[in-house]
Design a protein around this ligand. Structure first.
Ligand code: ARG
Length: 469
């Protein structure tokens, strides 16, 4: 509307204006954008670029707009929220006063600044979500330090571990996600404002760092072209989230498998399952399935974002407008996933009897321990022992007696049944795992304590960051 006079003229048909407008997506940055305009005008006032009276009138109008912009969100033919804000001020104050509102800035620096403000806040939300999930994991780990589970490699039962150890593995992956996402804040926290369209403005005394500070940024994006053209901070956020969700989806897939009737290792909380409209017995793991599906969606979005930026000429192009909604959509999905999974994990139950049975029915799960034991104690090459135990593992019925016999025959060693029983005992096997980070309950308890301390530390640092934002 406002910009359809001058170089371009005339009404644009709705199907075209709707097509190129970002207004419907700009709701997310609406308040931040008004704040950006206010900081800019305040500064123009400080440096006497515009008359104090005019400044005050504009600021008053912007303040009023700020309070009600979401309730009375515009739906007219505006190219975006930036045009609407300027239109609102001019409409209210007339062009002689409101006409100064876009002096020394452009939509290019304004939008990049508003996105960064909102993204900083959303990153903190995500970090809080990760911390909550991590708390839940540590609580569950504490409960299950000695709950034996079969560990899988290649989706085949491999060795004995514990639930706590499995939870801590996922916990540590989340720690790295946290670090990555937290680390990105430093790059998001820089203000593009004052870069105007791409080369800055000519207003004497305009101090970009000062305006940045007003808006809560710790620094500016120095190069004015980089400031308005770059969106790698968005790509970084999207890919960091994509990695986080990828980690989550692997953990979730295990839970789905573990909930299969054939395994029955877990009992999912009632409000995380749904039944079938035709099969009365069904308890479908619906929340986990949606998490799994959303992971695919996020990957698709991440790919779109990458493709959108790939080879996009410098500096600003309207293509960038299509990138922002992808960012918000991914963030919303991720926040939901974190909350849903935290809730599920806080209420999940494990069928410990079933898990134990699954461990005990395969004596071979401790065969790697036995091979190490024989090699070390009887001085037989590991490969030879491995071969002989492999032969035993193919038998239908394996007893301590038959193992002892076969070892005597093939390796000429006299290993007693009682000795075998000790080595093949699952809990003893765990306790003999002496390496750092193993599922040995002693090791796991120490690790849990270490993680609790660092989680609380992370949490208090984050709440300081939150109170500054
Ligand atoms: N709606 C645009 C966006 O979201 C704002 C900047 C438009 N700039 C322009 N020169 N048309 O990116």
């Amino acid at each position: 509307m406002l910009y359809r006079k001058g170089a371009v003229e005339g009404e644009v048909p709705s199907f075209i204006s709707n097509f190129t407008s970002s207004l419907k997506y700009d709701r997310k940055i609406a308040k931040a954008t008004v704040k950006v305009v206010m900081a800019h005008i305040e500064h123009l006032c400080e440096i006497n670029a515009i008359n104090t009276n005019i400044c005050h009138k504009i600021l008053e109008t912007l303040k009023e707009l700020y309070g009600g912009i979401l309730e009375k969100y515009p739906n007219g033919k505006f190219e975006d929220i930036h045009e609407y804000i300027e239109y609102y001020v001019i409409n209210k104050l007339g062009e002689d006063v409101g006409g100064y509102v876009n002096l020394g800035k452009s939509r290019n620096d304004q939008v990049a600044t508003a996105i960064r403000i909102v993204l900083k806040d959303e990153i903190i939300n995500l970090l809080e979500g990760i911390i909550k999930l991590q708390h839940t994991l540590l609580n569950k780990a504490k409960e299950h330090v000695e709950t034996l589970v079969p560990g899988y490699t290649h989706q085949q039962k491999a060795q004995i571990t514990t639930l706590a150890h499995h939870f801590l593995a996922f916990y540590d992956a989340l720690d790295r996600d946290y670090e990555r996402i937290h680390g990105s804040l430093e790059r998001i926290d820089a203000s593009p404002l004052g870069s105007a369209a791409m080369v800055g403005n000519t207003i004497p005394g305009y101090d970009r760092a000062k305006v940045a500070k007003k808006l809560g940024f710790s620094k500016i994006v120095e190069n004015t072209e980089d400031a308005i053209a770059s969106r790698d901070f968005i790509l970084e956020a999207i890919f960091n989230i994509a990695i986080l969700i990828n980690n989550i989806s692997r953990f979730v897939e295990d839970l789905i498998l573990w909930s299969m009737n054939e395994l029955g290792y877990v009992v999912l909380p009632e409000h995380h399952v749904a039944t079938s409209s035709i099969m009365p017995h069904k308890r479908n793991p619906v929340t986990l399935e949606v998490i799994r599906a959303k992971t695919a969606k996020v990957l698709g979005y991440a790919t779109s974002a990458y493709a959108l930026l790939k080879s996009l000429p410098y500096s600003y192009n309207l293509d960038l407008q299509e990138l922002t909604p992808i960012l918000w959509e991914i963030i919303d999905d991720c926040k939901e996933i974190l909350a849903v999974l935290s809730d599920l994990l806080s209420k999940i139950r494990f069928n410990e009897e079933r898990l134990l049975k699954s461990v005990l029915e395969n004596i071979t799960l401790c065969f790697s321990d036995l091979a190490e034991y024989i090699t070390l104690k009887y001085n037989v090459p590991f490969r030879k022992v491995h071969r002989v135990l492999g032969e035993i593992s193919k038998r239908k019925h394996i007893t301590l007696h038959s193992i002892s016999e076969y070892l005597r025959e093939k390796l000429s060693i006299d290993i007693k049944e009682r000795e075998l029983e000790e080595i093949l005992n699952p809990i003893h096997s765990l306790k003999r795992k002496s390496v750092t980070g193993s599922p040995n309950p002693k090791e796991v308890r120490a690790l849990i304590n270490k993680r609790i301390k660092s989680l609380l530390d992370k949490e208090s640092k984050l709440s300081r960051l939150r109170s500054k934002s």
